[in-house]
Ligand binder design. Structure first.
Ligand code: ZN
Length: 193
């Protein structure tokens, strides 16, 4: 940030008394502007009929990663719960009607100051349609997942964990709750060297 949101004077980075890391401090009113991680909430909408399982993905109509595929997800708003945020983003981006299930992944993306969470969700009908932030919305079987055209590492990680748990379910297990620290980037995924 460059200017104080209280008085519009320039801010500069300094370590306030009693603190141990640099903060934006106003040169005029001495207001300290703390910055904290953002929460990104999304869902894994699943359509399962006659033993066949598909997952709903959205093709992004906005930057970053325009044209790449993602689970419906976005920044949590003030005054809403994590579940409400996941439901809202799924409605906004995919026009999808879902029944929210348990939290499935909690992924720290410390590099970009974000925490991503994805809920399992049951897709209730096939009346979905792309919202303004999506070019397309489609159901994908595991074999059809566009692994090389996914938007973000947390999407890839969540889908990998989801299909790994499906194998465990076929062997009599259930879905787990997974927490990971994400250090991979899409570039390192596509070019392991
Ligand atoms: Zn100020």
């Amino acid at each position: 940030m460059k200017f104080c949101s209280e008085c519009a004077s320039p801010v500069s980075l300094s370590i306030p008394a009693g603190d141990n890391r640099p903060r934006y401090v106003c040169s005029n009113c001495a207001a300290i502007h703390y910055q904290n991680p953002k929460m990104v909430l999304g869902s894994i909408p699943v359509w399962e009929r006659d033993g066949e399982l598909k997952v709903l993905l959205c093709q992004r109509a906005i930057e970053p990663r325009h044209g790449y595929w993602t689970l419906p997800a976005g920044f949590m708003e003030n005054a809403e719960t994590t579940g409400e945020a996941a439901m809202r983003e799924t409605e906004e981006e995919a026009g999808a009607n879902i029944k929210l299930g348990p939290l499935f992944t909690l992924l720290n993306v410390a590099r970009v100051h974000q925490v991503h969470m994805f809920y399992l969700a049951e897709l209730l009908d096939l009346d979905f349609a792309p919202g303004v932030e999506s070019l397309d919305v489609r159901l994908f079987s595991e074999a059809e997942i566009p692994w090389h055209d996914l938007a973000f590492p947390t999407i890839r990680t969540t889908l990998e964990l989801f299909f790994a748990d499906r194998v465990k379910i076929r062997e009599g297990g259930g879905y787990g709750f997974h927490t990971q620290d994400i250090t991979r980037t899409m570039r390192s995924d596509l070019d392991p060297s």
